[in-house]
Design a protein around this ligand. Structure first.
Ligand SMILES: [Zn+2]
Length: 125
């Protein structure tokens, strides 16, 4: 893959990372330490004696939890892809070592496998 294309995808990945970090900040907060580790925030809707407030807190916390987990998984993939850019391994399938289709990377720039390997993996599941 040529450098220009890689830089284009790198830019996309950087933007995606920013978006994910913004979204994560909405449903959770950063955990102290190295890297971007987040955990879901527990909402506080006021009166702890109010059954309704407490029920809403639990419901929204559950939503935050699953949303936060999805976002963080995506963030990991994006960070890994950026790492691969840094190591000049970007755009190469981790399974067969061939170039990943550009069309696939356009849809999902953090992809680490080519279309046929991805299909093969799906079949195994
Ligand atoms: Zn492959």
């Amino acid at each position: 893959m040529d450098q220009e294309t890689i830089q284009e995808f790198k830019k996309q990945l950087g933007e995606k990372k920013e978006q994910l970090l913004t979204q994560l900040a909405n449903v959770g907060h950063k955990v102290e330490g190295k890297g971007n580790n987040f955990e879901a925030s527990y909402p506080d809707y006021g009166d702890p004696a109010s059954i309704e407030d407490s029920a809403n807190e639990v419901a929204d916390y559950t939503t935050n939890l699953s949303f936060e987990r999805d976002l963080e998984n995506e963030l990991r993939s994006v960070e890994k892809a950026l790492q691969r850019v840094a190591e000049s391994k970007y755009g190469v399938c981790t399974y067969c070592g061939k170039d990943i289709e550009k069309e696939r990377l356009k849809v999902r720039p953090e992809s680490t496998s080519c279309v046929s390997c991805k299909k093969a993996i799906k079949k195994e599941e």
